[in-house]
Design a protein around this ligand. Structure first.
Ligand code: KIV
Ligand code: ZN
Length: 499
């Protein structure tokens, strides 16, 4: 039997952009729309044209970019919203009408009859102007089922092509979602969509239940962005549909990790390491028994392979490390240690991990070098670092380093002294080695104003990623040392041609 196919409406650019603190410039919205199209999204909700000049510019850019996806504009039940959408050349409108008593009484201050008439009038207006209409009931999950059915059916009679029931405040459970959507799918003659929020952490489960019950379109956002607890996450929903129910979407699963990274970069909202499917730890193993299991037979601790979603497996080292993980990492580095050396490295990693820290790549490599008699040559050496800061100057830093027989000097400005120093060192490093800083974390190891701080950076040269630490009583020195430790490791490994 042919697999069922469900449509995906991505609303990262509308509901996702309503995440507090997120606002995308028109060019960023276009970049993301192109990536969503490439991912295989069927419908892109690009924004609400009525919102602002910038929003209209963004929607126009997206509508005119000749994407395969249908470009949809969010609209309230007023003709001005439809006019604004038409001026942006969109294919469709997502016409949203509140239906619950609570929304009618406290938000719209209108009767059911008034809302009904207004909604059908605007739907007719949009259809008459050639737009496809997806007609949504806002707060549908708190609306009386009989009124909801009649209201959506009346819109279908008017000619709308799709309807949607929104779980606006995330109060459905898989059971009530199944009941709601089986009732709607049985009685409504056009495709029914589901739009779930994650206030109780149920959005993905409720979306899957709705589809099982007959919904044929899902509303989702990348990384589960959205107001409050967010929306159902695209990556979780499409993977769940495929893995648990054998239901197809047009989404290219192997692009899920990269689109998540793009959204993280554009919105500036970091994805939690433990986020399902796309989090940094989704395929990372530390504990000894787990790493051993994964090395012998990956499905032992990986229900899906990281490659399926374009992610990667990572073994990290800490106090739970097992000797098999150490052996496998050394093999990956192209080394042939003796049993005694593996044991010594294993003991040293455990001791370091016991101090409560994750062992960074540079620390692991330093242990390996010491035990195996390989010496890391410091290729980039700090010669001078100055930082000027105060209430009347822009924080400024200059850095002089020695790289072989060359001296490199750079300067940087910043919002504070650490930022200025990092900008200067970043220029030095990027200029000579194409190494980029991906992450920066700082921890105080001891309390007080004389605290010792530990800075961990994640660096990449495009091929490899290393984590490195710098520790000092001076946060600027700790930051600069962490950068140089990482750069030295990348450059030295590159020279050795391995690891
Ligand atoms: O959650 C919701 O109800 C919405 C509508 C406004 C579509 O996002
Ligand atoms: Zn929503």
């Amino acid at each position: 039997m042919a697999k069922r196919r469900v449509k995906v409406l991505d609303t990262t650019l509308r509901d996702g952009e309503q995440t507090p603190g997120v606002a995308l410039a028109p060019e960023q919205k276009l970049e993301l729309a192109r990536a969503l199209d490439d991912l295989g999204v069927d419908i892109i909700e690009a924004g609400a044209a009525i919102t602002s000049e910038g929003e209209r510019k963004a929607i126009k850019l997206i509508s005119r970019a000749r994407l395969d996806a249908e470009i949809c504009n969010f609209a309230r039940g007023v003709r001005a919203d439809i006019d604004a959408a038409l001026a942006c050349d969109v294919d469709s409108v997502h016409l949203v009408i509140p239906t619950s008593d609570i929304h009618l009484k406290y938000k719209l201050k209108k009767t059911k009859r008034e809302v009904w008439e207004m909604a059908l009038d605007v739907a007719r207006y949009a259809l008459d102007h050639g737009l496809t209409v997806e007609f949504s009931a806002e707060d549908a999950s708190r609306t009386g089922p009989a009124f909801l059915r009649e209201f959506l059916s009346a819109a279908v009679e008017e000619g709308v092509q799709r309807v949607c029931a929104c779980d606006t405040v995330g109060v459905l459970t898989p059971e009530s979602s199944r009941k709601l959507f089986s009732d709607l799918a049985k009685r409504i003659k056009v495709p029914v969509a589901t739009h779930c929020h994650d206030d109780f952490g149920m959005a993905t489960a409720n979306t899957l239940a709705a589809v099982q019950a007959g919904a044929s379109e899902v509303h989702v956002t990348v990384n589960g962005l959205g107001e409050r607890g967010g929306n159902a996450a695209l990556e979780e929903v499409v993977l769940g549909l495929s893995h648990f129910h054998g239901i197809k979407t047009g989404i290219k699963l192997n692009k899920l990790y990269s689109i998540s990274k793009l959204v993280e970069r554009l919105t500036g909202l970091p994805v939690s390491p433990t986020k399902a499917v796309v989090g940094e730890n989704a395929f990372t193993h530390e504990a000894g028994i787990h790493t051993h299991g994964v090395l012998v037979y990956p499905p032992t601790y990986e229900p899906i392979s990281p490659e399926v979603v374009g992610h990667h497996r990572k073994l990290v080292f800490g106090k739970h490390v097992g000797s098999h993980a150490i052996e496998s990492e050394l093999k990956r580095m192209g080394l042939k240690p003796t049993k005694g050396q593996v044991h010594e490295i294993f003991e040293q990693v455990k001791r370091l991990g016991d101090r409560g820290k994750l062992v960074t790549d540079t620390e692991l490599r330093a242990i390996v070098d010491e035990v195996m008699g390989r010496e890391l040559k410091e290729m980039v050496k700090l010669e001078e670092l100055t930082v000027v800061s105060g209430n009347r100057v822009t924080p400024t830093s200059s850095v002089k380093v020695r790289f072989g027989d060359k001296e490199v000097i750079e300067s940087g400005l910043g919002v504070g002294p650490v930022d200025a120093a990092m900008n200067a060192i970043r220029k030095v490093v990027e200029g000579m080695s194409n190494v980029r800083l991906q992450e920066y974390h700082v921890d105080a190891i001891s309390g007080g104003t004389d605290a010792v701080v530990s800075v961990v950076v994640k660096l990449t040269d495009g091929k490899r990623i290393v984590t490195a630490r710098g520790t000092s009583g001076d946060i600027i020195m700790a930051s600069v040392q962490a950068m140089l430790n990482g750069v030295n490791r990348l450059l030295w490994d590159r020279k050795l041609g391995g690891a």
